[in-house]
Design a protein around this ligand. Structure first.
Ligand SMILES: NC(=O)c1ccc[n+]([C@@H]2O[C@H](COP(=O)([O-])OP(=O)(O)OC[C@H]3O[C@@H](n4cnc5c(N)ncnc54)[C@H](OP(=O)(O)O)[C@@H]3O)[C@@H](O)[C@H]2O)c1
Length: 263
């Protein structure tokens, strides 16, 4: 699909970080953009910045009825929908024993069910018109999960399995799917737990910014690529499916022993 002024796109988690950068990149191409997240003020300020074709859609992706209402409103106001970016997400890192079940439930609700609700609320529209593309923002942790991120990694692996199957399932339908595997991107995702991050976590460096990732996502949609890994070395984590031992060895070298402590 070409992304231009005829494109109508819905982005979840658009109030900041990766989603905001994707929304800005889409608006820069002239696309109409639906901005979905919970923070109404941030969304309205971003919509004002992006121009009259941007629509603030305050909603919680973990609430199916809110997602359905936001999608309906966007389709009515924008006149249609071609591109869906299921990006909204939260993270809670820490040893499983010390984590509250509520944190695991919240990640399941937002990261996994939020993706399901977003795709289910939009897919019928795309397939009926035989025209559309879905982007699912998973994580490198969906390719190889890390200690202290068991719950988070599980939600990201769920997104990966979902998107991989759907891409094949929709073959011939005019609708396609791209999965995104970000590495450590400089955003506010871990701001609430900065002091307690695991040793293997290095944080997003200046090169791994959300704007570059957004440009890679738009390129991948236009080329109908199966996946985007950014920074590109994140793709190495896919080796885990072939040789977990080799992946562990690489991670120990790159991130130290806490990334793969069991020999
Ligand atoms: N940054 C990284 O290093 C990294 C690495 C791998 C994968 N990812 C993935 O990339 C995606 C975006 O993360 P980010 O780094 O951009 O984080 P971020 O800066 O914290 O942004 C997260 C976005 O999700 C929205 N969101 C959170 N809970 C929501 C809910 N219940 N309903 C609707 N929107 C909700 C937030 O808006 P409100 O708070 O306003 O609702 C915000 O717009 C996530 O899926 C994350 O797992 C990030």
């Amino acid at each position: 699909m070409r992304i231009d002024a005829t494109t109508r796109a819905l982005v979840t988690g658009a109030s900041r970080g990766i989603g905001r950068s994707i929304a800005q990149a889409l608006a820069a191409r002239g696309a109409a953009v639906g901005l979905l997240a919970r923070s109404r003020d941030e969304l309205e300020a971003l919509a004002a910045e992006l121009g009259p074709r941007a629509i603030a859609l305050p909603a919680d992706v973990g609430d199916r009825a809110q997602v359905e209402a936001a999608v309906e409103r966007f389709i009515a106001e924008a006149g249609g929908l071609e591109l869906v970016v299921a990006n909204a997400g939260i993270a809670h890192y820490g040893p499983l024993l010390a984590q509250d079940v509520e944190q695991l439930e919240a990640m399941t609700r937002v990261n996994w069910l939020g993706t399901v609700y977003t795709v289910k609320a939009t897919l019928g529209h795309l397939v009926d018109r035989a025209d559309g593309h879905i982007v699912v923002v998973s994580s490198g942790a969906g390719l190889r999960a890390f200690p202290w991120a068991a719950g988070y990694g599980a939600t990201k692996a769920a997104q990966r399995g979902f998107a991989e199957a759907l891409r094949h399932e929709l073959s011939g339908s005019g609708v396609s799917v791209t999965t995104v595997y970000p590495g450590e991107i400089a955003t506010a995702l871990h701001d609430h737990e900065k002091a307690t991050m695991p040793d293997w976590y290095k944080g997003g460096d200046a090169a791994a910014d959300a704007g570059r990732l957004a440009a890679a996502v738009l390129r991948a949609v236009e080329r109908d690529e199966r996946s985007v890994a950014y920074p590109p070395f994140v793709r190495l984590l896919g080796l885990n499916g072939i040789s977990p031992r080799l992946t562990d060895a690489i991670l120990r070298r790159l991130r130290g022993g806490t990334a793969a402590p069991r020999r």
